[in-house]
Design a protein around this ligand. Structure first.
Ligand SMILES: NC(=O)C1=CN([C@@H]2O[C@H](COP(=O)(O)OP(=O)(O)OC[C@H]3O[C@@H](n4cnc5c(N)ncnc54)[C@H](O)[C@@H]3O)[C@@H](O)[C@H]2O)C=CC1
Ligand SMILES: O=C(CO)COP(=O)(O)O
Ligand SMILES: [Zn+2]
Length: 348
């Protein structure tokens, strides 16, 4: 008997372009939702674009969060219940979007993703990435019902947020290699479609590197398209595997031991240089990853991340502990091997 089955969940609408934030209520109308909207945001996005949302949804209740945590999810669930919300609107970077994604799952309602930064590929994905104690949970949740990505707003965000988005996409190269490795060695389920889409997304972004420059709205356009595509790859896979390998484990570990030091995308980019070295050796493709990051203005060294060498080595040697996800790090790299990789690649 043929017993395979899959359920791919994707957004119904993706609006991307200049000024589309003002079409948010029209996009919501198209979804035939019932009940009141509830806004989930964080301080800077709220200051920058909160009023443009409030103008379209009279009297909308909201919560502004400082961090992504299970406690923040509970706060949103309680406040949204109190406001009798029918659906959530997530406005901001990766953190409010991840929290709203998980809260909407708990509340059994939909949410709309309104990114204010092209900084991460969780804009569209059906995963929520939430730290807790010594681990990091990649929680299955429904993807947004709609995504409203205003390239005018995204282009006005600090440039480093856009370079973080570029680096989150470039890290797909090593994430896919880790996934293939886990498939070969551990029989982890692998999707050719999701793997190919994720890799192609990284290749297309690198191919457009010359058009990714500060002050160009087209940059926000190109990067956001790539972030959407990478999120779709995660939805096809039903896992963050296509976009999250050992370089993400390294970044999650940095979040634990050096919280708030650097942006998620920048950390995974630097991680990718070193994990590519582990995959293919001194003459391997790590130089391509480093050069692509550097062309787009993303950090390639510990110094540029603002993190000291010892912390980089600690994160690299302990990254495999953060979650049960087989990668090139296997059961852990030794301190000597980590120092050699970080030194040869110029990270430290
Ligand atoms: N669920 C998923 O599939 C994925 C989740 N993530 C998660 O997303 C998070 C990383 O996303 P980030 O956006 O880097 O984090 P973030 O939400 O903390 O944003 C970074 C900073 O940029 C500020 N910001 C956002 N938009 C701005 C604007 N227009 N102008 C000025 N400041 C602005 C925020 O207030 C914050 O201080 C991590 O927690 C990561 O684990 C990342 C990728 C995929
Ligand atoms: O950041 C991600 C993809 O870019 C996904 O996050 P996780 O590593 O938590 O699954
Ligand atoms: Zn990421």
């Amino acid at each position: 008997m043929f017993d395979k089955s899959t359920w791919i969940k994707l957004p119904r609408s993706v609006l991307q372009g200049h000024g589309v934030l003002d079409d948010l209520s029209a996009a919501v109308d198209e979804l035939y939702l019932s009940g009141e909207p509830f806004l989930v945001t964080s301080p800077s996005p709220n200051r920058i674009a909160g009023d443009r949302v409030r103008e379209q949804f009279d009297g909308i209740s909201s919560v502004s969060l400082d961090r992504a945590s299970f406690e923040s999810v509970e706060r949103v669930v309680d406040a949204a219940r109190e406001a009798d919300a029918g659906y959530l609107i997530a406005l901001g970077g990766g953190k409010p979007i991840d929290v709203a994604k998980m809260a909407s799952d708990r509340l059994d309602c939909g949410f709309i993703s309104v990114p204010t930064a092209a900084s991460h590929d969780g804009i569209v994905s059906g995963r929520s990435s939430i730290p807790e104690g010594d681990t990091r949970h990649s929680v299955a949740a429904d993807p947004p019902l709609a995504v409203v990505a205003d390239t005018e707003l995204l282009a006005e965000a600090p440039w480093e947020l856009t370079t973080a988005g570029c680096a989150d996409i470039i890290s797909n190269y090593t994430a896919v290699k880790d996934w293939e490795l886990a498939h070969r060695l551990k029989n982890v389920e692998y999707s050719e479609y999701a793997g190919a889409l994720s890799q192609m997304t990284a290749e297309m972004l690198v191919g457009s590197a010359d058009s990714i420059k500060p002050g160009l709205e087209e940059s926000a356009w190109i990067v956001t398209k790539a972030l959407v595509s990478s999120g779709v790859a995660m939805s096809i896979a039903g896992s963050s595997r296509p976009a999250s390998g050992a370089e993400h484990l390294f970044s999650h570990q940095l979040d634990r031991i050096a919280p708030g030091s650097a942006l998620h995308g920048h950390q995974v980019g630097v991680g990718s240089i070193m994990t590519e070295y582990f995959h293919s050796g001194a003459r391997g493709e790590w130089t391509d990853i480093r050069d692509a990051l550097s062309t787009m203005g993303a950090p390639t060294t510990a110094d540029e991340l603002g993190i000291d060498d010892e912390t980089i080595i600690e994160a690299l040697t302990t990254a495999h502990e953060i979650r049960d996800r087989y990668t090139i790090l296997g059961n852990g790299v030794s301190e000597e091997a980590a120092i050699e990789a970080a030194t040869i690649t110029g990270v430290i």
